[in-house]
Design a protein around this ligand. Structure first.
Ligand SMILES: [Zn+2]
Length: 191
C-alpha cells in the first residue's frame, strides 16, 4: 500500500509531538491541527480547555511514547489491545470518489477525534503490516538526543527488505556518535 503525503504528514506530526517538551496546550493543538487529516475533529478538543494542557503532557504524550517504545523494542503485541481500542474509538475513514478528465478515482479520507485520534492514526499507519513501515521507526541512540524518528532514506512505497536499520535521527547524529566512539577508543589506547 502506498504511503500518501497526508499519511506521512500525520506520522511526522505525531513524532514531533512525542519529541517536544510540552509547555502549553496551543503548542500541541497546533501540531495536531497542522498535520491531522482534513475534516478531522481536531477542534473542538474533546477534553482539554485552557489550563488543562497538562493532560497532553501527563496522559497523551506518555501514551504515544509508550506505544512507540513498544514498537521499537519489538514488543508491539503487549500494547496492541490498547491501541486497538483507542484507534477504533477515535479514527474513522470514508471512501471518496473524485472525477478527473472523465475518469473516476477512489481514495479514502481519515477523520480523527482530538489528540488521541491523531496519534492513534499515526501509530495505526506505522503498524499496518500492509504498509511495511514498522521497521522505519526508531529512537536516536545518541545519548543526549533520544529523539523518535522516521527513517525516510528511501522513497515512499518502496519495499525495504534487508536494508540495515539506522540508529540515529540524522546523519549529523550518526557522525557525532562515530567521532565520540573514535575518541573513546583512541584515548583508551594511549592511557
Ligand atoms: Zn539524534
Amino acid at each position: 500500500m502506498r504511503l500518501r503525503t497526508t499519511d506521512l504528514r500525520v506520522i511526522r506530526g505525531v513524532l514531533d509531538f512525542a519529541n517536544v517538551e510540552v509547555t502549553h496546550a496551543g503548542q500541541v493543538e497546533e501540531l495536531c491541527e497542522g498535520t491531522a487529516p482534513a475534516d478531522s475533529l481536531a477542534r473542538p478538543f474533546l477534553i482539554l480547555e485552557g489550563s488543562d494542557w497538562h493532560a497532553y503532557k501527563k496522559n497523551d504524550q506518555p501514551e504515544a511514547r509508550s506505544w512507540l517504545d513498544a514498537i521499537i523494542a519489538g514488543e508491539l503485541k503487549a500494547v496492541l489491545p490498547v491501541i486497538q481500542k483507542r484507534f477504533n474509538d477515535t479514527v474513522t475513514a470514508r471512501w471518496r470518489m473524485t472525477v478527473s478528465m472523465g475518469q473516476p478515482n477512489f481514495d479514502f479520507d481519515y477523520t480523527v477525534q482530538g489528540i488521541q485520534g491523531w496519534y492513534s492514526l499515526a501509530i495505526g499507519l506505522l503498524i499496518d503490516p500492509e504498509r511495511d513501515l514498522i521497521h522505519r521507526i526508531g529512537k536516536c541512540h545518541l545519548e543526549d538526543c533520544g529523539k523518535y524518528f522516521f527513517d525516510d532514506r528511501e522513497k515512499a512505497g518502496v519495499k525495504n527488505k534487508g536494508r540495515r536499520k539506522t540508529k540515529f535521527c540524522s546523519p549529523e547524529h550518526a557522525n557525532v556518535d562515530k567521532v565520540r566512539r573514535f575518541r573513546a577508543k583512541h584515548s583508551k589506547k594511549h592511557k
